[in-house]
Design a protein around this ligand. Sequence first.
Ligand code: NAP
Length: 346
Amino acid sequence: MSEVREREKVVIVGSGPAGWTAAIYAARAQLEPFVFEGAGSRTMIPGGQLMFTTEVENFPGFKNGIQGQELMMEMREQALRFGTRSVWEDIVEVDFSTYPFLLRSSGGKEVRADTVIVATGANARWLGVPGEERLAQSGGGVSACAVCDGALPAFRDKVLAVVGGGDSAMEDALYLTKFAREVLIIHRRDEFRASKIMAERALAHPKIRVLWNKVVTEVLGDEYITGLRLKDTVTGEESEVEVGGLFVAIGHTPNTAFLNGQLELNEQGYIVTPVPWRTVTSVPGVFAAGDVMDDYYRQAVTAAGTGCMAALDAERWLAHGGPEETYGTTGEPVVAEAGTEASEGS
Ligand code: NAP
């Protein structure tokens, strides 16, 4: 753990694949980044969502797969090797109306930053029922990411359950049909929220069966999931169903509350990056990377990619004049002439 200086060139908030990749690039560019890794909570720990994953088989470069925690430790060590400094604290308050930007941490630290990279990720929502957290953390067949875990051998030829009625649930269910004997979609109402085309595709699939008007009240199994206890939301009737895997697909919550409205967010609370293929946010000098700005791909490798982009964007922004600069609609830096407002595209 390191001491933060009064003023830093780059402060990175978050320590998932996006945060550490941004740190690796910023450190190698001699910007001496400081990372607020997070203080840790029941649903999020330093290292991000991969810390809750067991085997990661789709991160390029590891032909035999790698444990999620090990992958994050490697990224962290790589960033520290190039001089990144860090602390296990959250950023709890920001002031982006002043420059250098002002940030306050959960440990009472106050830091001024020339640039900020927000990489705080998004938390998968969980059901919060008995058995779920225990089996998710022990690799006992409970997951919130079908694309990450669905192809693992443990799920082959099993009956797998997907909870949710949105596009994610449809997509996950369809994806899981490649490996499962049968996929049960468990939804709390009698109609899907998902887009018509996705819902129809799922409903037409011969391996998919829907259990309408049902909620999961308990995940059963000691070391590995064996079944689910269900309750009918209309009749109140309780039942049990045998499954060999549970995939929770009830949405994500981006970790943007600490921004307190100072960056533009979309309706779901994700940070808006208005220029295609750039990580600039509504505040010049503040960049966003990873799941906190991406509600679409949500993969470790895409998060790492946008982390790299954010560090390069920050480096270029500083090199082109920092606060004297703004962005044109193409994302190219536009430097204001002394005494004039910077204008787009000029
Ligand atoms: P979502 O649209 O918010 O759907 C969440 C689903 O989970 C809803 O059906 C909801 O039920 C259910 N749910 C929420 N809390 C629950 C609980 N505690 N217990 C049981 N069920 C619960 O989330 P999403 O599916 O992740 O999609 C998020 C956004 O990404 C959407 O805009 C979606 O279109 C987009 N997306 C697009 C694609 C694609 O185009 N390929 C793929 C994935 C996601 P209710 O319906 O009863 O509220």
